[in-house]
Design a protein around this ligand. Structure first.
Ligand code: UDP
Length: 243
């Protein structure tokens, strides 16, 4: 039975990292597709503006809190989530779960060559993990059937979709019925990090919920997008006061 926390109308799963990994095991044992998104404050804010995006998020099989902002929001609403379960950490930990038979992956998204480099790094670092196919994330509508065909014929169990938010969530939602994988996860910049083209924030920033600040120093162009974070928290405070 799923336990979720309502954050401005988006139902985020009340899970620790370990429970999220257990859910992945269960999803892999079932013969149907499961969708996982890991919303951060930006997409939570977008979901306030676009009801279709909110609906789409709520149709996922698991939603985990990608950023410190979402966890803070849950605390303000007095329904504290146990911890942050970011897309990157969830994917990385999934490579080491104890399975009888390790799941196989397909890496879809990011610039040309990124998925292939991520595949070679992951297969080296995690013996037993097999990435059955790769495809960059820059494509036309006309190429979509061929991409879906490539994913399905690879026979991969887990599809990572790295097209950035909310493009990846929309793509997954529009195509979930055509995909033959067991799990599909929207993972943002995860492939860039696995490929070594982007660095994670140092531990200090990660532990103190300051990843957004580190990222801003690296990519100042994200400032406008990031202003959604304080707006999101203010909105949550208002909801708390008038609940
Ligand atoms: N990307 C892509 N296709 C696009 C737009 C973006 O494959 O049409 C990739 C981009 O190269 C990057 C990822 O999507 O690897 C977005 O990463 P980011 O960390 O910005 O994700 P977000 O924070 O938007 O979820």
């Amino acid at each position: 039975m799923r336990s979720t926390v309502d954050i401005l109308g988006v139902n985020v799963d009340f899970v620790t990292m370990n429970q999220a990994l257990e859910n992945i095991k269960v999803f892999l044992s079932e013969d149907k597709i499961h969708v996982i998104y890991t919303p951060n404050s930006e997409i939570m804010m977008d979901a306030q503006k676009y009801p279709a995006l909110k609906d789409l998020l709520n149709r996922a099989d698991m939603l985990t809190a990608d950023g410190a902002g979402v966890v803070l929001a849950s605390k303000i609403l007095k329904t504290a989530l146990p911890e942050k379960v970011s897309g990157f950490d969830l994917v990385k930990n999934s490579f080491s779960i104890n399975f009888e038979k390790k799941p196989t992956y397909f890496f879809f998204g990011s610039k040309i060559g990124v998925a292939e480099t991520a595949k070679s790094n992951v297969e080296k670092e995690f013996p037993g993990i097999v990435v059955k196919g790769c495809r960059d994330g820059f494509f036309s509508d006309a190429e979509e059937p061929e991409i879906i065909n490539q994913i399905n014929s690879s026979g991969a169990d887990i599809l990572l979709v790295a097209l950035g938010a909310p493009k990846q969530e929309k793509w997954i939602s529009a195509n979930r019925n055509n995909l033959k994988v067991k799990i599909c996860i929207g993972v943002g910049g995860t492939l860039d990090v696995l490929a070594g083209f982007q660095t994670l924030a140092p531990d200090f920033f990660r532990r103190h919920g300051l990843e957004w600040f580190y990222r801003l120093t690296k990519e100042p162009g994200r400032l406008i997008r990031m202003l959604k974070l304080p707006k999101f928290i203010i909105r949550v405070i208002i909801r708390r006061i008038f609940k």
